[in-house]
Design a protein around this ligand. Structure first.
Ligand code: FAD
Ligand code: NAI
Length: 467
């Protein structure tokens, strides 16, 4: 059978592209080597991490906040296997959901490792070594990314773990060292800290969450310290040795100009980034070009240098985020169906799902300064928001950056409970080129956390009411 489209990889990029293309009338095949669909995100990424973030947050609240609200439940007891089972159930429901969508949209799924044999031909090798060839007018590379290793440090996924092992530890470590103060380090560090681990984060740079607004990063670090996180910034891990049942971790200043110290740990989580996954895909043989960071090079409309071969998601340039891959998948399906698919890379939210959450959209203050753009910043703290006080979630603030002349909103950066949901009113506003006054003059229900967004918008051009 010949297809309009054969997609290699069923992560958020691949499966959304498949569903959208099928909805638009194309005949679609998907090749996936993993036993279940949904890629990194559904199996070992977004979904399991959010399941554990939610349950560990409830455990932490029961232990620390309930009493202050007048609820006496005694000291909560952890049933880690049950918590992990909830996580597994959530994964199964989501990966099963993708299988259902494939069936519903008459998408043919091939289990096995896909390799591009030639334009129009994907060779699929099953686990038993048998091969079959899928023919398609167009091929989409949606093979995602993998953990970036730390040279000289071997990941065994038991004691020295990547995010994958950190999602399945069988007991709470006494001491956990996290290498990398990025999104994974802070989210999964939060999970295990809430369940009782002492967590020390070792970060190469002099700040956490590089790329996010500096003001937000500084304030967020302060909040995490209050929660019990230890930070060693401008530092690097240079070795991990087994010592008895635990680990001896060598940490040096990033500059290398002072002696190394040795820290004890039960578990080390390596979270220093992810790299595109293109191994064994046959790209070199077919002549598909990669960029300097080994990402598949595209023309801005997802087409590679070879006719009929496209790429989307973590394997191409841009933030390694599920929703970015999903939007690219949908846009490419539209393009292949003869429509005008498009992704607005200026309005892609980034959320860190800790407690409080961090949410970011558009330009940071650092980026605006570097570009010489004059802007106004309006800021409003959750400590002045009635609903936040009622909920006991007063940490954080909303900051809105607007063009000094036109008042057009250029960026929004927030820390606070629920800001991962609240960022989207800014996304809609920015998609429509709205101003901070547009937002501030929009009636917001009271009492809501979103009123802090409105007040921050007011603060860019006028005075907020409640501070
Ligand atoms: P992937 O999801 O990586 O899917 C690629 C698929 O291709 C895989 O299933 C793989 O098995 C398959 N594949 C690869 N090569 C072949 C081959 N040759 N043949 C057949 N199949 C192949 N992003 C967010 O936006 N929000 C979050 O909260 C979030 N949390 C995360 C938490 C963790 C711990 C991690 C690791 C990542 C998280 N991410 C999050 C990032 C997100 O998971 C990725 O951005 C997203 O999964 C990328 O989608 P993709 O479709 O490009 O690739
Ligand atoms: P990251 O790029 O977010 O952070 C890696 C951190 O490690 C950086 O702060 C970097 O400076 C630091 N680092 C690099 N080398 C180091 C070294 N040798 N020693 C110490 N520190 C070092 O990568 P992370 O956290 O691994 O996440 C990977 C990807 O997954 C990210 O691109 C992210 O977008 C995605 N993700 C998204 C989530 C979300 O949207 N909520 C959740 C988890 C992951």
């Amino acid at each position: 059978m010949s297809y309009d489209l054969c997609i290699i990889g069923s992560g958020p990029g691949g499966y959304v592209c498949a569903v959208k293309a099928a909805q638009l009338g194309l005949k679609v095949a998907v090749v996936e080597k993993r036993a279940t669909y949904g890629g990194t995100c559904l199996n070992i990424g977004c979904i399991p991490s959010k399941a554990l973030l939610h349950t560990s947050e409830m455990f932490d609240e029961a232990g620390h906040s309930f009493e202050g609200f007048g609820i006496k439940v005694g000291k909560p007891k952890l049933d880690l296997p049950a918590m992990m089972k909830h996580k597994e159930d959530v994964i199964d429901a989501n990966t099963g959901g993708v299988a259902f969508l494939f069936k519903k949209n008459k998408i043919d799924a091939f289990h096995g490792t896909g390799k591009i044999a030639a334009p129009g031909k994907v060779e699929v090798t099953g686990e038993d070594g048998t091969t079959q060839t899928v023919e398609a007018k167009n091929i989409v590379i949606a093979t995602g990314s993998e953990v970036t290793p730390l040279p000289g440090i071997e990941i065994d996924e038991k004691q020295v773990v990547s995010s994958t092992g950190a999602l399945s530890l069988d007991k709470v470590p006494g001491k956990m060292i996290v290498v990398g103060a990025g999104v994974i380090g802070l989210e999964l560090g939060s999970v295990w800290r809430r369940l009782g681990a002492e967590v020390t984060v070792v970060e190469f740079l002099d700040r956490i969450l590089p790329g996010m607004d500096g003001d937000v990063a500084k304030n967020f670090q302060r909040i995490l310290k209050k929660q019990g996180f230890e930070f060693k910034l401008s530092s690097k891990v240079t070795g991990v040795e087994k010592k008895g049942k635990g680990l001896a971790v060598s940490v040096e200043p990033a500059s290398g100009d002072a002696a190394a110290e040795t820290l004890d740990a039960d578990v080390v989580l390596v979270a220093i980034g992810r790299r595109p996954f293109t191994e064994g895909l046959g790209l070199e043989e077919v002549g598909v070009e990669l960029d300097e960071r080994k990402r598949v090079k595209t023309d801005g409309h997802f087409k590679t240098n070879i006719d009929g071969i496209y790429a989307i998601g973590d394997v191409i340039v841009g933030p390694m985020l599920a929703h970015k891959g999903e939007d690219e998948g949908a846009a490419l399906a539209e393009i292949l169906a003869g429509q005008a698919g498009h992704v607005n890379y200026d309005v892609i939210p980034g959320v860190v799902y800790t407690m409080p959450e961090v949410a970011s959209l558009g330009k940071t203050e650092e980026e605006l300064k570097a570009a010489g753009i004059k802007y106004k910043a309006g800021k409003y703290p959750f400590s002045a928001n009635g609903r936040a006080r009622a909920m006991g979630h007063t940490d954080g603030f909303v900051k809105i950056l607007a063009d000094a002349e036109t008042d057009k909103v250029l960026g929004a950066h927030m820390i606070g409970a629920g800001v991962g949901e609240m960022i989207h009113e800014l996304a809609v506003l920015m998609e429509f080129g709205g101003s901070s006054e547009d937002l501030a003059r929009t009636c917001h229900a009271h009492p809501t956390l979103s009123e802090a967004v409105r007040e921050a918008a007011m603060a860019t051009y006028d005075k907020p009411i409640h501070i």
